[in-house]
Design a protein around this ligand. Structure first.
Ligand SMILES: [Zn+2]
Length: 415
């Protein structure tokens, strides 16, 4: 491989992934608009035309906004790599008089700040433009700003030590540094999982015990029936930020917590909440969570091994517009994570397919352990509340959607 060939490969892969994203977005917007006039027959009894049209308009608005964001991200990537941005940052951080480790940390912080600054306007317009226009946003500007400040603080407290450790391993741990870095990364993820429910999540939301009542009774009966150990049932004040609803688990082993958004509890009947929880329990019982973690660990090992190979190849740096910098492992690290998504985009359909299979399995689990009819009712309400389109373009959905289209899920639950 030489640098010019790698540049050509990179530019081609970027052009293909951009073209694919634009083509998919266009298909999605056209398909949704073409099905806007009437509610699909199988939902006609449950979904009002106004709600269906709101979902169509919301989907089109978000997809169009996503196109702009995709374009800006591609420009940023080109500016940092072939445009010489990263090369300039490498030279600048190298000239500050620090050792290579601190210079590389400064480089990582600089790139993260630039990417964050480019992403901020999109977050702002998404929250106070699109979400507000469709009546979902409940965040104030003060909360939005304080969320950003807290996220940056959490990322710095957790991320900088990990980055420093990995950089040190890259320069000091010999040819198998990537195995050690992989172990460090696994340990880091376990630490974040352990800290998330009790330390990180409460920085952003209030968690209170699920109050007594018919919903709690139904949930406790379901948990007993499925033999599911947990460390408590909680309500989260999701309504502080958005009217979108959700339910999820945090923590691991017996320390699992089950968390419901207050918006979900307010909207669903007790047997519907039970059915939604049964679906989530299905993900645990059928080991979907564990399988996903194993996949991510295996891929992490593969990619770190690949990074180890690339970090010693001059064409990798030069092909991406940066002078080869063997004494600055941070450069290889950043280039790798910048360029990787361009090449892995073509795997998105596979990962979506895998996820959709799990969703069907969890639905089947819920149908067996709770009520399939109640899950159908809950899904219809959730689709309506989240203004998720009932008529996605089939190809767009196959590439991106982690959940099967509503019509397919509901058809299976009804059989
Ligand atoms: Zn699910």
């Amino acid at each position: 491989m030489n640098a010019a060939i790698f540049t050509a490969l990179f530019v081609t892969a970027l052009a293909i992934s951009l073209a694919a994203k634009l083509w998919l977005a266009r298909r999605q917007m056209r398909f949704v608009a073409a099905h806007r006039a009437s509610v699909p027959a199988e939902f006609a009894d449950h979904v009002a035309l106004a709600a269906h049209q709101k979902a169509a308009d919301y989907t089109v608005a978000r997809t169009r906004f996503g196109v702009v964001e995709t374009g800006v991200e591609a420009l940023l990537l080109l500016a940092l790599t072939l445009g010489g941005g990263l090369g300039a940052l490498v030279a600048w951080t190298g000239s500050l008089g620090f050792g290579p480790l601190i210079a590389d940390l400064a480089l990582i912080v600089a790139v993260a700040l630039i990417a964050g600054a480019v992403g901020l306007p999109f977050s702002y317009v998404n929250t106070f433009g699109i979400e507000a226009r469709f009546g979902f946003n409940r965040t104030t500007r003060a909360t939005w700003v304080s969320d950003i400040a807290k996220s940056v603080a959490v990322a710095a407290v957790l991320g900088l030590p990990l980055a420093a450790l990995v950089l040190w391993l890259m320069s000091a741990a010999g040819p198998y540094w990537w195995l050690w870095a992989w172990l460090a990364w696994i340990a880091f993820q376990a630490l974040v999982l352990a800290l998330y429910p009790t330390v990180i999540a409460p920085l952003f939301n209030k968690f209170s015990p699920l109050p007594e009542g018919p919903a709690r009774k139904a949930i406790e009966a379901l948990l007993a029936r499925c033999g599911f150990a947990n460390k408590g049932l909680f309500v989260m004040d999701g309504s502080r930020r958005s009217s979108h609803g959700n339910a999820f688990f945090t923590g691991f082993g017996r320390a699992k917590r089950i968390v419901f958004f207050d918006t979900l509890l307010a909207r669903l009947a007790p047997e519907e909440i039970e059915a939604v929880l049964a679906h989530e329990l299905g993900h645990f019982r059928l080991h979907h969570v564990l399988k996903r973690m194993m996949w991510s660990a295996a891929l992490g090992l593969f990619f770190l091994g690949l990074l180890a190979l690339l970090a010693s190849a001059a064409w990798f740096y030069e092909g991406l517009g940066v002078p080869a910098s063997p004494t600055r492992p941070g450069v290889a690290l950043i280039l790798f994570f910048l360029a990787l998504p361009v090449f892995t985009f073509m795997l998105a359909p596979l990962s979506s397919l895998y996820s959709r299979r799990h969703e069907f399995e969890a639905d089947a689990f819920a149908a067996k352990n709770a009520s399939a009819a109640a899950l159908v009712h809950a899904l219809v309400k959730l689709y309506e509340d989240n203004a998720s389109t009932l008529t996605p373009d089939p190809i767009y959905s196959a590439v991106y959607d982690s959940h099967p289209p509503a019509a397919l899920r509901i058809a299976r639950l009804r059989t």
